[in-house]
Design a binder for this molecule. Sequence first.
Ligand SMILES: Nc1ncnc2c1ncn2[C@@H]1O[C@H](COP(=O)(O)OP(=O)(O)OP(=O)(O)O)[C@@H](O)[C@H]1O
Length: 215
Amino acid sequence: MTLEASKLTCRRGDLELFAGIDAVVAAGDALRVAGGNGSGKTSLLRILAGLSPPEAGEVAWQGRNIRRIRDQFNSQLVFLGHALGVKDELLAWENLVMAMTLAGRRLGPDEAIDALEAAGIGHIADLPGRALSEGQRKRVALARLPLLFDRPLWILDEPFAALDVAAIKDLIAVIDRHLAGGGMLVYTTHQDVFLQAARQGLLDLGKTPERPDAC
Ligand SMILES: Nc1ncnc2c1ncn2[C@@H]1O[C@H](COP(=O)(O)OP(=O)(O)OP(=O)(O)O)[C@@H](O)[C@H]1O
């Protein structure tokens, strides 16, 4: 299994965020995308997940352009972006059911509550999204991960942000299990975290590019 990015260029208006980016992620690999605020990390992750088109270059899954195998690619992918998709009006367990439904999986209420308990947040299962703290919302969103070990490619934007020390440790354990089972991870973080993956890559986008007309 391989995700391969070739010569990716991303432009936002007049600003070229990055150009000529190459990356290969294979089974068991973790690739960290680093860089300053506004350097283009989220933009790159969205391109790798097929959510935005690159200005130039291509992303291939198993050697085929992801735009040509969209459904097949999506069935192999877990993407968790800044917008966690936790709805204010749904209870925490209902949010998990909804996330799994969107991933094409049926999850019953008891299974959802079990999954939240396993994630250490069973006590908030019956709270509506609007009553959750930022870290709790994040943990509700992350609770889908152990249910999706069979999806090889996880693309996670700032998964550790807003988590407390224990939750970070739990998430590292989930990710390590995913990678040990041949899963793949592309992620961003502003915190240093220590994963067990044998092969860990770093793609540093550097500082925020200056606008061409900046003085
Ligand atoms: N839809 C958009 N339209 C216009 N500009 C955008 C859009 N999305 C992002 N940008 C700009 O592109 C640049 C990179 O944004 P991006 O979110 O990829 O950065 P980042 O490296 O993830 O930043 P951070 O570390 O702050 O999360 C920023 O200057 C941002 O304002």
